[in-house]
Design a protein around this ligand. Structure first.
Ligand SMILES: C[S@@+](CC[C@H](N)C(=O)[O-])C[C@H]1O[C@@H](n2cnc3c(N)ncnc32)[C@H](O)[C@@H]1O
Length: 259
């Protein structure tokens, strides 16, 4: 809570989902209707319908902590602040940045009323497009080495393969980081059968959506960009053929019991 006498601000961390407004939760819509200030990466704040009286604080993608601190300052000053994130705010996104800023910030920030509102994550949206690839145990790994060294990413990909997890790869490539997805595939090809189903799900839920279903052996890692979520199956992941339609990808809930 704010100090006695100061206005009671609030900070919502709002998940916008990966694309269309129809994937926004009613709770997130209500919060967006209540905010006085909207804070976020330019392309996320642009996805929110403009409303009179709302101050927009757009910023570059690389300044998450500064953005989080600014949002906390605004809330401390009594504003009702919405920090917007694509997908779910807790998955490689602003909820962690806000809490990192809170942890290292002034003691007074701990009293701010903060609410984190979930959203549909890219891996859920991508999975729904191709079937049920996350029906068994899975993990998510960000290939961005901006915040952690590649050696950790490689170790996690190895561990996920030893554990035979389906892996959802976030942040697979960008113009500044074109190599990681190639290195990840080179590593995964040493550790998993080349027949493993792989999906490149780009811009899911947006007009330029593109889904490519392939195998680990045949995949072209160059298909991945900043808007792509890559799903690499486990040994139990398989395809269900359908006449005249794309096959479904299935990772069954049971393990090792055969088909
Ligand atoms: C910084 S992370 C944010 C993830 C987000 N918080 C979530 O829950 O989906 C950005 C990465 O999410 C994935 N992503 C986000 N939106 C996507 C979409 N519509 N289609 C496919 N992948 C998406 C991409 O891998 C992208 O590089």
């Amino acid at each position: 809570m704010s100090d006695a006498g100061s206005p009671a601000g609030k900070l919502y961390v709002i998940g916008l989902g990966p694309g269309p407004a129809s994937w926004l939760t009613p709770e997130a819509s209500e919060a967006l209707a209540a905010v006085t200030d909207l804070v976020g990466y330019f392309s996320y704040v642009e996805r929110v319908a403009p409303r009179e009286g709302v101050t927009i604080h757009g910023s570059d993608n690389r300044v998450e902590i500064d953005r989080a601190r600014h949002a906390l300052e605004l809330a401390e000053a009594g504003r009702v602040v919405g920090v917007v994130s694509g997908g779910d705010p807790g998955v490689f996104a602003m909820a962690a940045a806000v809490l990192e800023a809170l942890e290292s910030g002034p003691e007074a920030w701990r009293g701010i009323d903060i609410e984190i509102l979930p959203g549909v994550s890219a891996m859920q949206a991508a999975a729904a497009r191709i079937g049920a690839p996350l029906g068994g145990d899975f993990c998510a790994v960000s290939l961005s080495d901006n915040l952690k060294p590649w050696s950790i990413i490689a170790r996690r990909l190895e561990a996920a393969s030893v554990g035979d997890f389906v892996v959802a790869l976030y942040n697979p490539a960008s113009r500044a980081r074109p190599r990681q997805i190639h290195d990840a595939f080179a590593l995964l090809r040493k550790l998993r059968p080349h027949s493993t189903p792989v999906a490149f799900a780009r811009a899911v839920g947006r007009p330029d959506e593109r889904i490519v279903l392939t195998t680990l052996g045949e995949a072209d890692p160059g298909l991945a960009d900043m808007s792509t979520l890559v799903i690499v199956g486990a040994t139990t992941t398989r395809l269900i053929a359908r006449p005249g339609r794309n096959p479904f990808v299935l990772t069954p809930r049971s393990y090792g019991a055969g088909r």
